[in-house]
Write a protein that binds this ligand. Structure first.
Ligand code: DCP
Ligand code: MG
Length: 355
């Protein structure tokens, strides 16, 4: 039986703003667009939620609900850095971490021996580490599968911890409104409600053969979910720290122009891999090994994420020059990019806004 933890930061963007700007604390803070122009609420502080403000609401509506609300623009760069800090903490407990967005992730801690291998104590320790390192709170859900762990983390927000045991699972699911099931969005919810399915208990009455013609491939997932079962694995793509390519030459290079050419080829390979892995990067490193096996690296960190191969190649000459290659023989060259970020999630996070 698996031991899964789902961690979700509390009012993430808004909590970060309240942390960094004390004047926002205990106040209704809305992170998102400008209410004067078209814009939506990305998230809001718990104080703002008491006025009925929530994610995806038009900012103009939020302002109508709460005239004293403080509207702030998102600072993605800061959120991303914190997200990385949180991930590092998670990876110190298990290798099996699946981030879902900047502020939440699944962890499979079945093999984790820390804190006596108790998933509840592991979750508590992670929450404590997050609070200590970032000054922010997270909520944790613990269960024997992803479906229930995610639901559990939402039950006692903020700064909560909820365990759903194997014994409680099936009963718990029975009373759950189907809109809360993972993967059941508004459209499916409506379809199910038309069939008289409002809760897990209602769904339980349907056999797999009955569900199949109506829901196709998703049927088995729904059928199992109604029984508190979910066999999806936590898919960890352990975040790579860098992507690089290097080459040792049959004959040492003496001509700086030729060296630069080789670096361009290596950069093209790196760029190709970056595209395959859907990552972006901010640091470019050139490695040079001389004929006496002395090795130097020269790096440069740019202020914006790399989006084009030229944003790598444009720096190669300068970095090569800094390696002091003039008049020396070079046996190996390498290009590496680091400070990686996932392109997908970056895009997704930004698309959530229509700023
Ligand atoms: N987000 C967004 N647009 C949305 C929903 C969320 O930009 N429609 C962003 C802002 C949130 C972050 O993603 O801070 C995390 O989303 P959550 O749904 O986890 O919301 P919060 O962390 O803000 O609140 P909660 O305490 O309910 O988790
Ligand atoms: Mg959250």
């Amino acid at each position: 039986m698996r031991q899964i933890i789902h961690i979700d930061m509390d009012a993430f963007y808004a909590s970060v703003e309240q942390r960094d700007f004390p004047q926002y604390r205990n106040k209704p803070v809305v992170v998102g667009g400008d209410p004067a122009i078209r814009g939506v609420v990305a998230t809001c502080s718990y104080e703002a939620r008491t006025f009925g403000i929530h994610s995806a609401m038009a900012c103009s509506q939020a302002l109508r609900l709460c005239s004293q609300a403080i509207f702030v623009r998102p600072r993605f760069e800061v959120y991303r850095q914190i997200s990385q800090q949180i991930r590092d903490i998670m990876f110190s407990y298990t290798d099996v971490v699946e981030p879902l967005s900047l502020d939440e992730a699944y962890l499979d801690v079945t093999q984790c021996n820390r804190t006596f291998g108790s998933p509840t104590l592991i979750a508590k320790a992670i929450q404590k580490d997050i609070q200590f390192k970032t000054g922010l709170t997270a909520s944790a859900g613990i269960s024997y599968n992803k479906f229930l762990a995610k639901i559990a983390s939402d039950l006692d927000k903020p700064n909560g911890l909820t365990l759903i045991t194997e014994k409680q699972g099936p009963n718990f699911v029975q009373q759950l409104p189907i809109g809360k099931f993972y993967g059941i969005g508004p459209a499916t919810q409506e379809k199910m409600q038309c069939m008289g399915i409002y809760t897990g208990d209602d769904l339980l009455a349907w056999s797999l053969d009955e569900l199949k013609p109506l829901f196709g491939k998703a049927s088995l997932y729904y059928y199992n979910a109604a029984r508190g079962l979910d066999d999806r694995e936590v898919e960890s793509h352990r975040q790579r720290k860098s992507i690089g390519s290097e080459k040792t030459f049959d004959e040492d290079l003496k001509d700086p122009k030729e060296m630069l050419e080789k670096l361009h080829q290596l950069a093209a390979e790196v760029w190709q891999e970056m595209q395959q892995k859907e990552v972006t990067a901010r640091t470019i490193t050139v490695k040079v090994k001389f004929d006496d096996f002395v090795q130097v690296t020269r790096a440069k960190t740019v202020s914006r994420n790399i989006n084009e191969v030229v944003e790598i190649t444009v720096h190669l000459q300068e970095l090569l020059h800094k390696a002091e290659i003039e008049g020396r023989r070079v046996r190996l060259l390498g290009v590496t990019v680091s400070n990686l970020d996932m392109l997908n999630s970056v895009k997704k996070e930004q698309q959530l806004f229509l700023l």
